[in-house]
Ligand binder design. Structure first.
Ligand SMILES: [Zn+2]
Length: 357
């Protein structure tokens, strides 16, 4: 799992620039799924049929990551940028980034006034991203362009996955390559001779832009498929650090995956989240209930697609989400996979989650 997540997060995949991530997943899943396609917006959609009759299941994990795009090249060779996805300007200065250009990756660092010169600045002020710039080592705009940098190029964090302590991983884009890793591992480990129905997965684009890719995929698939249940696999912010205001209710790292009840994008279907909780209890997998309005996931676009889809989510707790340095717990990753696999094996009845007349 660690090796897979290391490789997945090493591939830059800003919004609308997810194709290299999709190519990696395509190669990895070749021979392990029955169908594979990329739609017009760039979603990778795969499916595998179980040996037994049963429900059509739709899973989702997003392949994009928060980042930036090049918005201006200054005469001195510095790069100005626009935000893509939910970024906090306080987290940006001095972070390493990589620009994905047509000539290949260009490394840089987000520049700002040094500590020695703070007296020339307003120490109280939160620096807006518009005052920041990326230093790629170019001396002029011409040199920056020669290096391949062009307006619209995607910029993402350049922080490779490293081990932290004995069981935690530090890196970027865990949101939501961690979810992609779980879906990939599911196709690699689940015994499909025991699976009822078909397991579809959308590796979605542009989630951080407003659940855009998953919405497109769910609506277009709904023309031919009436999904019986859907689960989005994503990360969710942990609230177990030292900030006192976060400790009122808390998802914690290392306490198992969360089961989605409510977030800002949707209210989960009770029959689905209760089934996931039941499966976790029956299999001895720890899990945490999640009610948090500060986040949305692809499920928020999926549950209102077609004629409506009973939906919930499984999330991996993560510290410092949407920064260059997120932390996830190895055991939460393994248990998220276990829970997803156990849930898929538990499904038999097509109509289990629907109200009946
Ligand atoms: Zn996410």
């Amino acid at each position: 799992m660690r090796q897979l997540l290391t490789e997945l997060t090493a591939i830059p995949g800003g919004l609308a620039h997810e194709y290299p991530v999709m190519c990696y997943i395509r190669d990895r899943l070749k021979g392990k799924v029955d169908t594979m396609m990329i739609d017009g917006i760039g979603n990778l959609i795969v499916s595998r049929k179980g040996a037994l009759e049963g429900p059509e299941v739709l899973l989702a994990a997003h392949a994009d990551e928060v980042g930036f795009i090049v918005s201006r090249i200054e005469p001195q060779g510095f790069i100005r940028f626009e935000l893509r996805g939910g970024q906090d300007s306080r987290t940006l200065p001095f972070m390493p980034v990589v620009i994905s250009t047509d000539k290949g990756p260009v490394k840089g660092v987000i520049g700002y006034i040094s500590a020695h010169m703070r007296r020339f600045d307003n120490a109280e002020k939160v620096t807006d991203y518009r005052d920041l710039y990326i230093d790629i080592g170019a001396d002029s705009a011409e040199q920056a362009k020669e290096m391949g940098v062009a307006l619209g190029d995607a910029i993402t964090w350049d922080t490779p996955l490293t081990q932290l302590g004995k069981d935690k991983w530090l890196g970027h884009a865990f949101d939501d390559r961690a979810g992609c890793a779980i879906l990939i591992k599911m196709y690699e480990t689940l015994d499909f001779s025991k699976v009822h129905g078909t397991v579809w997965s959308v590796f979605s684009v542009r989630e951080e832009g407003g659940l855009l890719g998953a919405g497109v995929a769910a609506r277009s698939l709904a023309r031919d498929h009436a999904f019986d249940v859907a689960v989005a696999v994503d990360t969710t912010p942990a609230r177990d650090t030292l900030e006192p205001r976060l400790n009122d209710h808390g998802v914690e790292l290392g306490k198992g995956p969360t089961v989605k009840i409510l977030d800002n994008s949707y209210q989960a279907t009770p029959s689905v989240f209760k089934k996931i909780q039941k499966v976790a209890a029956e299999n001895g997998i720890p899990c945490q209930d999640e009610i948090y309005m500060g986040i949305g996931t692809d499920a928020g676009a999926i549950y209102i697609s077609g004629c409506g889809v009973p939906t919930s989510g499984i999330s991996i707790p993560s510290r410092y989400c949407h920064s260059a340095r997120e932390i996830v717990h190895e055991r939460d990753m393994e248990q998220s996979l276990e829970l997803l696999n156990a849930f898929l094996l538990s499904l038999e009845d097509k109509d289990e989650f629907r109200h009946k007349l």
